[in-house]
Design a binder for this molecule. Structure first.
Ligand code: ADP
Ligand code: MG
Length: 345
């Protein structure tokens, strides 16, 4: 069966005045129809670059290598006309900060209608208008909101409008990049629930990008943790959170210990130091300078992403020499080097 999305060894390098920036390095995963995957990682780990590459939204001088198949079709070599069709009716993207993405001088209804009209030129005005009403209803907004301008809506309502626009052409895949990060916690929970319901109802694929592992663990079938442009751990959403098998995944989990907790969001714990800059990566494992369980060989050996023992054994892979040796990695950080304790759940 053809996967909805098949990514093999994707490597993305920005090329600009300040030289080459390797932002994504050898990422591989596939996604089936109706499946959800979360991409977690600190700022700068390459999440947005990965997300944008799926719709070829990166600056044109960016070098993209590897394979990117959407329903078996090669995104990287696709003709522009076909790509445009895929961008709305195949896969669509929801960004952070809906206020900037919406046009301040156009009414909401008009903005939701636009992609519908572009992709269904023969559709009459009445049919378009009833489709807009239907979409507003699906995202929990009354029909009269179509007459509003973006500034007349709250942040959460604007994010709902963005979701309605993303749904307008019935995509098979939605890519949500920090789509709820700017919202306060209650509204974030509502919008996440809405996304979850819509994805389940329509059997859509979802790639959800966030720095907050707890949100992803709650939302997604699978979670991949990125560090310095690579996937360093991947597994089943909840098990990744409760039984991490990479010290970076463990640190991310303990930075946001409670799903959606406002205090943890303001004050992430357990992540000492800064991620490396892509142009100056450490030798060996890129996480070793910050790693509480690093051994001598971690600074010389680049760990591969390999299967490790975990509650979700069939899915879990970790790019950590310590985890690959079967030593346990506690979800709280820092982890003492001699720790043999079982994961705290
Ligand atoms: P994330 O979304 O995880 O915060 P990004 O994908 O935005 O990470 O960025 C990954 C790396 O690529 C960062 O080091 C960032 O500075 C760099 N980067 C992002 N956009 C550009 C660009 N247009 N030109 C050069 N470097 C970039
Ligand atoms: Mg980003």
């Amino acid at each position: 069966m053809t996967s909805l999305l098949d990514i093999q060894d994707l490597t993305i390098t920005y090329r600009g005045a300040r030289g080459h920036v390797p932002a994504v390095r050898g990422v591989s995963f596939s996604l089936q129809a109706g499946e959800t995957i979360g991409i977690a990682g600190e700022s700068g780990s390459g999440k947005s670059t990965l997300g944008m590459s799926l719709l070829r939204l990166l600056p044109k001088e960016t070098k993209v290598e590897g394979e990117l198949l959407f329903n078996g079709e090669d995104i990287l070599t696709m003709k522009f006309g076909r790509l445009r069709a895929v961008r709305w009716s195949g896969a669509s993207m929801i960004f952070q900060g809906a206020m900037h993405a919406l046009n301040p001088v156009h009414r909401i209804g008009q903005q939701i209608a636009e992609p519908i009209e572009v992709h269904n030129p023969s559709m009459g005005a009445k049919a378009v208008s009833s489709r807009v009403t239907e979409l507003l209803d699906q995202v929990g907004l009354p029909a009269w909101r179509a007459e509003n301008y973006p500034h007349e809506l709250s942040g959460g309502q604007r994010q709902r409008v963005m979701i309605a626009m993303a749904l307008a052409c019935d995509p098979e895949l939605i890519i949500a990049d920090e789509a709820t990060t700017a919202l306060d916690v209650m509204v974030q929970a509502q919008v996440l629930q809405l996304l979850r319901d819509l994805v389940a109802e329509r059997q859509m694929g979802l790639i959800m990008i966030s720095h907050d592992l707890s949100v992803l663990a709650d939302m997604c079938d699978r979670v991949a943790v990125m560090y310095a442009g690579q996937i360093v751990e991947v597994g089943q959403g909840h098990a990744m959170f409760t039984a991490p098998r990479h010290p970076y995944g463990a640190a991310l989990g303990s930075a946001f210990p409670v799903i959606g907790d406002p205090e943890a969001r303001r004050n992430p714990r357990g992540l000492a130091g800064d991620p490396p800059v892509p142009t100056d990566l450490p030798s060996g494992c890129p996480f070793h300078p910050r790693c509480p369980v690093a051994r001598d060989d971690c600074s010389t050996t680049v760990p591969e992403l390999l299967p490790v023992k975990a509650p979700d054994e069939d899915l879990r892979r970790s790019a950590c020499l310590v985890a690959q040796d079967g030593q346990s990695i506690r979800p709280s950080s820092p982890v003492p080097p001699t720790s043999t304790q079982e994961p705290v759940t």
